[in-house]
Ligand binder design. Structure first.
Ligand SMILES: NC(=O)c1ccc[n+]([C@@H]2O[C@H](COP(=O)([O-])OP(=O)(O)OC[C@H]3O[C@@H](n4cnc5c(N)ncnc54)[C@H](OP(=O)(O)O)[C@@H]3O)[C@@H](O)[C@H]2O)c1
Length: 320
């Protein structure tokens, strides 16, 4: 049994991972939240799971919370943490409390080209690399799983906690927006459940964590995802193709915009960020940001991932 602290423990992805860790019945889990624990009382009944109201500005308080903790997993959304203040204090307190392993709030892409909203993740990568520059101060891995397959099931929810949002490949409305000429760009997909299971196995993994921790659930080209969509939805998709030069000039000429209603965004942000988000995703995908490596597949060779076709066929079965 190890003691695990989960920062941003009330979030979508954190709760998915917590469920997988709880299912092993092997760990003591501390869920860190800025909220009052009375707001989360119903969750206190899970055995070996404790909510801790946390002030991330209080470095001594963080140090106290992390006493005896083996592994810290951070799910603090970067764009809600100005200057990465909370995550940097968490890293500092982890080092001070002699935490063995740390996972920063990555959980997505291999790189951040064209994705300005992930600038905070990029900065934390540099911060951790600098920390270990001369000798290893803190073991860490950058969990990089690509995109949740679950998002291709929008508006249906296919995991217990991850809130679905619409993407530019919209199976429900049988339509897609792609960057012209990007049909062969590759995307790594993973179900939220598989990501959670792999993280639970990584926590138990005895060897050293790799710095780059790619996890490949499945990998398809944009063209293959659209073809799969047409197969599981039983009809052709309307595909709009946008030009890179238009997007780079700030002109998003699609007839519709995906609604990225992530829980960390306000309704106004969802509206105002829609064009920037679509543009960034299209250019980023074609630059390979959603194609990740397979370090964790190689370290955990017995883990069987759910393929995109199997998952999506089942999820869309019988849907109008
Ligand atoms: N690969 C994918 O397809 C994919 C999809 C979704 C998310 N992700 C990644 O997964 C991670 C978690 O995302 P999520 O969807 O689970 O987000 P979420 O539901 O919004 O949860 C994030 C949590 O971070 C905490 N938080 C926010 N701002 C904070 C701050 N300034 N200081 C301290 N804590 C703060 C909040 O906890 P409290 O308010 O309780 O303190 C919140 O519950 C992110 O890195 C995101 O990029 C990846």
């Amino acid at each position: 049994m190890v003691k695990i602290a989960i920062a941003g423990g009330s979030g979508n992805v954190a709760q998915e991972v917590t469920d997988a860790l709880v299912a092993t019945r092997k760990h003591e889990i501390l869920l860190l939240t800025r909220k009052a624990t009375t707001e989360l009382a119903s969750n206190n009944i899970i055995p070996n799971v404790t909510w801790i109201t946390t002030d991330y500005d209080d470095r001594d308080g963080l140090f106290e919370i992390l006493q005896g903790v083996d592994t810290v997993l951070s799910f603090i959304v970067a764009h809600s943490d100005p200057g990465n203040a909370a995550q940097k204090n968490l890293i500092g307190a982890s080092v001070r409390a002699k935490v063995r392993r740390f996972a920063p709030s990555e959980w997505a892409t291999s790189s951040f080209e064209h994705l300005p909203w992930y600038a905070g993740k990029a900065e934390i990568r540099e911060y951790l690399a600098e920390l270990n520059k001369d000798s290893k101060v803190l073991e860490y891995t950058l969990f990089q799983p690509g995109q949740f397959t679950d998002y291709l099931c929008y508006p249906y929810k296919t995991s217990k906690h991850v809130h679905p949002f619409q993407t530019q490949i919209d199976f429900d409305a049988r339509r897609a927006i792609v960057l012209e000429g990007s049909e062969n760009a590759r995307i790594t997909l993973i179900t939220a459940k598989d990501l959670a299971n792999v993280v639970a196995k990584a926590v138990e993994y005895e060897g050293e964590w790799p710095v780059v921790g790619g996890i490949k659930g499945d990998e398809l080209t944009i063209g293959e995802i659209i073809a799969l969509g047409e197969k599981v939805r039983g009809g052709p998709f309307t595909v709009e193709r946008l030009k890179a030069e238009d997007l780079k000039a700030g002109a998003v000429k699609s007839s519709w915009l995906p609604k990225i209603d992530h829980p960390s965004l306000s309704p106004v942000e969802i509206e105002t960020m829609a064009k920037e988000f679509l543009s960034g995703m299209l250019l980023g995908i074609s630059a390979g940001v959603l194609r990740v490596s397979d370090e964790w597949n190689r370290l955990l060779p017995d883990y069987m991932f759910t393929g995109a076709e199997e998952f999506l066929t089942e999820a869309w079965e019988g849907k109008p």
